[in-house]
Write a protein that binds this ligand. Structure first.
Ligand SMILES: Cc1cc2nc3c(=O)[nH]c(=O)nc-3n(C[C@H](O)[C@H](O)[C@H](O)COP(=O)(O)OP(=O)(O)OC[C@H]3O[C@@H](n4cnc5c(N)ncnc54)[C@H](O)[C@@H]3O)c2cc1C
Length: 500
């Protein structure tokens, strides 16, 4: 029998998952505390500072995929295969969320997460003045410099839904230009922003191509983390004073469940020794649902629309046309074909709150454990039906006359059950890839996984600090708020290790 050599590595802080949150936390900690030994582990195969949108078309894009299930069948999530995680995949949109989201968060998590605290975290992320490795100034385009299609969409939405001068005002409803987070004119990826700036901290070790299998709890402390090399399969053990899970809203619950941290009955049924009974692990997978149609434009942008531009209309929860949606226009981008189609725009509708959560769980497949992801789905399709009717007639509206937009692939979507019926639309409704909430923070271990200080209930040194901890169905794209949560975790861990 071949003997597999196991090696061990010890550090002060071990960050598991090098995506949006993991890169921020490890970079900030290592820079603030030069004597602290920080190790960042990620399954990513290599790393590149730029986000995918910034690379087009110069460099190849290499997303992997991950399967998950929604009620109409299997879907594929573009999964990052490089350190940087979803931070490399997103469009730079930096929205803070709505007042209702922040109030609900405060209600669930208490005074440590007040709307004022959140606002201060966002503010630090959006300015250059705080610390060099934290701020990424927000860029908002000038409407007059954007293609005619954007101006027409803006004018139409302003007439029908009203205008919002600043979409980051918590109570803002109506149409506005999307704030995007940029550094050096490129989309802010947390790898480029927090790991790379010269000099790369000598006390930060990157362990790429390393898959985390599980953590081992002894009493209240994680005493080992079991990992294996992505390609060779070689197993190893890592140890640290503090372990931070940042493997994302799909990866983090997966690791916890494999560690026996989850609903005790489910662990027992699968033959996994129960380490902690926390039924909320993976129990509520939150996301947004999106439906989109495409149109071609004759007025192409002179340069690629960087930083990523979009006109976004956040409709009010009581709007008679499109309640509680994000109605957007932006240039089409295809990860698969690696193309930015300068003549094609997308007009999309994202359902924000009226969503039934999905679930992340483990199941047996033959003799092996595998992860099953059931995606979140819209609770009702009423808003989507309204959108389909709306967008089908959009280009006939006065604002679009003479703009040169055509809709070769328009809604209404034909279906055997009837045009734009719920049954006809359902197969077209997709995930927005805004996964969150699978290890929510809260005060009750019956319904939450981490306490407001982001520590896993019942543990002394295990933290979660990524999109999984969001405790509410969040009404905006999730990259910016994930960075805010990670910054909060970095602050707390910095003080734990004596930084003031
Ligand atoms: C295609 C796509 C487009 C998006 N577009 C936008 C957008 O335009 N605007 C916006 O605001 N948000 C967008 N999002 C969502 C946003 O990017 C994410 O919500 C946010 O970045 C999540 O950050 P995270 O740190 O929680 O997870 P991630 O950034 O996903 O990081 C998790 C990391 O952990 C690693 N990992 C997972 N499991 C393991 C394991 N077992 N072992 C080792 N490593 C592991 C992964 O490889 C990854 O690097 C998009 C997401 C995707 C996927």
């Amino acid at each position: 029998m071949m003997h597999v050599q196991q090696w061990e590595e010890t550090c002060d802080v071990l960050v598991l998952g090098g995506g949006t949150a993991g890169c921020l936390i490890s970079g900030v900690l290592a820079r603030r505390l030069p004597k602290l030994k920080v190790t960042l582990v990620d399954s990513g195969t290599n790393y590149d500072a730029d986000g995918l949108l910034d690379r087009v078309p110069q460099k190849p894009v290499t997303p992997g995929t991950r399967t998950f299930f929604r009620n109409t069948g299997a879907e594929f999530v573009p999964a990052p295969s490089e350190i940087g995680g979803s931070s490399l995949m997103h469009g730079g949109i930096a929205l803070r969320g709505t007042r209702d989201d922040h109030d609900e968060w405060f209600r669930v998590a208490g005074e440590e997460w007040s709307p004022q605290d959140l606002a201060s975290l966002f503010h630090r992320l959006e300015s250059d003045t705080d610390e060099p490795a934290v701020g990424s100034p927000l860029h908002v385009a000038e409407l007059t410099t954007l293609p005619a299609a954007y101006r027409a969409f803006h004018a139409y939405c302003a007439r029908v839904f009203g205008a919002a001068a600043d979409l980051n005002r918590p109570e803002a409803h109506g149409v506005g230009l999307v704030p995007s987070a940029c550094t050096d004119g490129r989309i802010a990826t947390t790898y480029r922003q927090h790991i790379l700036p010269d000099p790369v901290p000598a006390n930060l070790r990157l362990r790429a191509e390393t898959v985390v299998d599980h953590v081992r709890l002894r009493g209240e402390r994680v005493d080992r983390v079991a990992v294996r090399h992505l390609r060779t399969g070689r197993p190893s053990q890592l140890r640290a004073d503090v372990v931070v899970l940042a493997a994302g809203a799909l990866g983090t619950p997966e690791i916890l469940l494999r560690s026996g941290i989850g609903a005790a009955a489910a662990s027992e049924e699968l033959g996994i020794p129960v380490a902690l009974d926390l039924p909320a692990v993976g129990a509520r997978l939150r996301d947004h649902s999106v439906l989109w149609s495409e149109a071609t434009v004759t007025d192409t942008p002179a340069a690629p629309p960087w930083p990523w531009h979009a006109v976004l209309c956040r409709t009010s929860p009581t709007d008679e046309h499109l309640p509680d949606c994000s109605f957007e226009l932006f240039h089409d981008f295809r990860l698969r074909t690696r193309q930015l189609w300068s003549r094609r725009v997308v007009i999309s509708c994202t359902q924000l709150h009226d969503i039934s959560p999905g679930r992340v769980r483990l199941e047996m497949s033959g003799t092996r454990l595998r992860t099953r992801i059931d995606g979140a789905v819209p609770r009702t399709l009423a808003a989507m039906e309204q959108y389909a009717e709306h967008v089908g007639a959009l280009l006939k509206e006065e604002e679009f006359q003479g703009v040169g937009m055509r809709a070769p692939y328009p809604v209404p979507y034909p279906s055997s059950q009837g045009r734009n019926s719920a049954a006809g639309l359902l197969p077209k409704v997709r995930s927005a890839y805004h996964f969150h909430g699978t290890c929510p923070m809260g005060t009750d271990p019956g319904s939450a996984v981490v306490s407001p200080d982001l520590r896993v209930f019942g543990t002394g040194n295990l933290y979660v600090a990524d999109a999984s901890v969001l405790p509410v169905q969040f009404g905006a794209n999730t990259h910016h708020v994930t960075r805010a949560t990670a910054l909060r975790a970095a602050d707390a861990l910095s003080s734990l290790f004596g930084y003031s």
